[in-house]
Design a binder for this molecule. Structure first.
Ligand code: ADP
Ligand code: MG
Length: 700
């Protein structure tokens, strides 16, 4: 249960004063972590991107041009436009003893102007001062204030990231509203640590950042920002620490297989395991066979054959007489796993089940009954696996296919579906060691370093966008030969709508050339429509699939041999690599075309160069790290860490170890979080949405 004192912070943002249903929706889009309703805490965690400094209060004569200034003036003249419907602006002349300035208002409400700027009165106007046609003017001052208003004017104003339709003042108001209901929270940090780092309290830190007195107050290296980042790192490390402790405590069960099912699977394979597949299977099976609970990460580049490793280890669990589950991040991927595993499962006599959010009631009931009776050996599914109604006879191993998402905290809760469940997390993102720590805590790691034999290298080329016609012609030739191509359209700024529009436009252009051979898939489509678009491409009914990057790139279509990435300069290296990994899966020679907009910046040039040189995900991850700072290794657009909102690895990574050590000490000394600090730490876990871990704390 969330501590009641946090309730105001978990109320929806739209409950704050001044936010209606329409802006409420925009706030959901801007702030929500999970696509749901934005909450008050999300507004507080939406930190400013910059500041406007209004401290300059010069005389008109001395005022800097093209800068923001706040002028103390007397209103001397109103010049309304001639005629009511004139498009000319309403001008107001103001002065001080050193000069005058024309305030310019387009399409202004005359009454408002007369009320705000009465003739002969003293006012303060703040905005950008420009020299135009020989005189000074300020077009639409940001602020028009009387003495009382001036007293309330923040000297430095926070500037926030926005979404289409929202304005600074909307966000400023929401943040202010959030401050007004911010409860007094207990201190969860160690007093000595706070003192040593000169960290303010949580509330003071938020205030410092949202109500800056100096432009530098919002910088990530300031104590206030560092404190907030540390809180977030501590919450995540503590959550991982609690999961770990719980797993260590629950004595594992030794699950020893005799190899009879795995043998049949291997016999049915048209190839043999790679060295690192074999080693990984052995490592995992050794964990399963020991009575220690397993928490292991299997990392391997796209196409390195993780699924097979998972299957063989699940088979090991089934040989030991228990069940296994495999969870995929999306519906499409869950189905794909199910279908891919089926032939091998059948060959080996393994009984597979599938559960997603879209099963028919009757089917689901039958699946659940079979599961409870132990008539299903391996259950594949989406997060629907979590649901209360899903009960195993004896779950022994949970495989979590993360692809490149990082919801690991939540997913670990799968461990609660059985007694002593071993957990294997699979990720397709090669992660440097330091980042493994960040996202997964101190997990054991198995790595698939090499690709299965027989893969032909992908021919990667870079072309300026103005040669797009050649690309279209090339695709035309390829599809007449039966080939299949992905065409990925880039991310446009912060708006998914615009992404979709870009993909839609490209789709229409390509349709003019290739008619109904072209398909389209994007994140705004309904689940069923997405599946259908994907399936038509899989079956070859469409041969060119235009998509945004928000679609599931984990889907496997071996016939696809061309990957076109438009505006490749806008993608991170890891993302380019992931996308390219969609081709080169079959026997045909594959190519990847990186279309870029000229002129290319240095970093973009280097990235494209690396893409042309290498297909090694680990090398690419390292180069990425070198080029852009660790924050972007994981292919996110923002500079932060995925799953983190306040901490940036390149700025705050140095505190990661301190957070981990602190978390370890807490878990050791106060595993039930019962001391006063422990109680405060529970608040912290909830505040940062790591509360799954609270459920893992053993009570009493
Ligand atoms: P990942 O999940 O790591 O991206 P997959 O498990 O989907 O990779 O494997 C990609 C493809 O490689 C699949 O078609 C799989 O059958 C094939 N594959 C797996 N292991 C081997 C191997 N040792 N030799 C040849 N092909 C393999
Ligand atoms: Mg896979």
């Amino acid at each position: 249960m969330r501590p009641a004192l946090l309730n105001p912070l978990f109320a929806p943002v739209r409950a704050l004063p001044g936010i209606g249903p329409k802006t409420g929706k925009l706030f959901d889009r801007l702030l929500s972590n999970d696509g749901g309703e934005a909450r008050v805490v999300d507004a507080l965690f939406h930190l400013p991107q910059g500041t406007i400094d209004r401290r300059a209060r010069p005389k008109i004569r001395d005022a800097e041009r093209d800068a923001i200034v706040t002028l103390e003036v007397t209103v001397t003249e109103h010049r309304p436009p001639n005629g009511r419907f004139s498009k000319a602006p309403f001008r107001v002349i103001v002065e001080d003893e050193t000069g005058d300035v024309e305030l310019v208002f387009f399409l202004a409400n005359h009454q408002w102007i007369e009320r705000m700027l009465p003739l002969g009165e003293k006012r303060w106007v703040s905005g950008k001062l420009e020299l135009w046609d020989g005189h000074l003017q300020m077009v639409h001052p940001d602020r028009v204030l009387d003495a009382a208003g001036l007293a309330r004017l923040p000297p430095v104003e926070a500037v926030y990231g926005l979404t289409e339709g929202l304005y600074q003042r909307n966000v400023q108001r929401a943040v202010e509203g959030a401050f007004n209901i911010l409860p007094v929270l207990p201190e969860w940090n160690d007093a000595a640590w706070l003192k040593a780092r000169n960290f303010p309290s949580f509330a003071d830190a938020l205030a410092k950042v949202h109500r800056p007195q100096h432009p530098q107050d919002i910088l990530p290296t300031q104590p206030a920002r560092m404190r907030l980042a540390f809180d977030e790192l501590l919450a995540s490390q503590l959550a991982l620490g609690l999961v770990r402790a719980r797993m260590r405590e629950t004595r594992g069960r030794a699950s020893l297989g005799d190899g009879h099912i795995a043998k049949k699977i291997e016999a049915a394979l048209p190839f043999s395991l790679t060295v690192s597949q074999r080693r990984s299977v052995d490592e995992i099976n050794a964990d399963l066979a020991s009575d220690k609970a397993m928490l292991r990460l299997l990392q391997g580049d796209v196409g390195s054959g993780k699924t097979l490793v998972a299957l063989l280890t699940m088979a090991h669990m089934v040989e030991a007489g228990r069940q296994a589950a495999m969870m995929a991040p999306t519906e499409i991927l869950a189905r794909q796993h199910y279908e891919r595993l089926m032939p091998l499962a059948q060959a080996a006599g393994l009984r597979l089940g599938l559960i997603t959010g879209r099963d028919k009631a009757g089917e689901r009931k039958a699946t659940l009954a079979a599961l409870a009776d132990g008539e299903i050996d391996i259950l594949v599914g989406t997060h629907a696996l979590f649901q209360e109604s899903v009960a195993f006879r004896d779950l022994g191993l949970a495989v979590v296919d993360e692809q490149h998402r990082f919801g690991v905290h939540q997913r670990l809760a799968l461990g609660r579906k059985g007694e002593a469940v071993d957990i294997l997390v699979m990720t397709a993102t090669p992660i440097p060691r330091t980042l493994v720590l960040t996202f997964f805590g101190d997990m054991d790691v198995s790595t698939l370093r090499e690709k299965p034999a027989g893969r032909t290298p992908i021919d990667t080329r870079a072309l300026p966008l103005d040669r797009i016609d050649e690309v279209v012609a090339g695709i035309g030739r390829a599809i007449t030969g039966g080939g299949r191509a992905y065409w990925v359209c880039p991310l446009v700024e912060e708006s998914e709508n615009l992404d979709v529009a870009a993909a839609q436009d490209r789709y229409e252009v390509l349709m003019q050339f290739f008619g109904d051979k072209v398909g389209l898939i994007h994140g705004k489509m309904k689940g069923r429509d997405k599946d259908e678009a994907m399936e038509r491409f899989q079956r070859g009914e469409t041969q060119i699939l235009v998509s945004t990057t928000v679609i599931e790139v984990g889907v496997d279509v071996p016939e696809a041999s061309i990957m076109v990435i438009e505006h490749a300069e806008r993608f991170g290296l890891a993302q380019l690599h992931q996308l390219r990994g969609r081709v080169g899966r079959g026997s045909a020679k594959s190519s990847c075309l990186l279309l870029y907009k000229t002129p290319l910046g240095e970093v973009a040039k280097a990235r494209i160069e690396i893409m042309r040189e290498s297909e090694d995900g680990f090398r690419i991850a390292e180069e990425d790290l070198r080029l852009r700072g660790e924050g972007e290794v994981l292919g996110t657009r923002q500079s932060g860490m995925p799953g983190f909102r306040l901490a940036q690895i390149e700025m705050h990574g140095e505190m990661l170890e301190a957070a981990r050590d602190d978390a370890r000490m807490i878990v050791e000394r106060d595993p039930e979080l019962k001391s006063p600090r422990g109680e405060a730490l529970r608040v912290l876990l909830y505040l940062f949405g790591r509360d799954e871990a609270v459920g893992l704390i053993k009570a009493g």
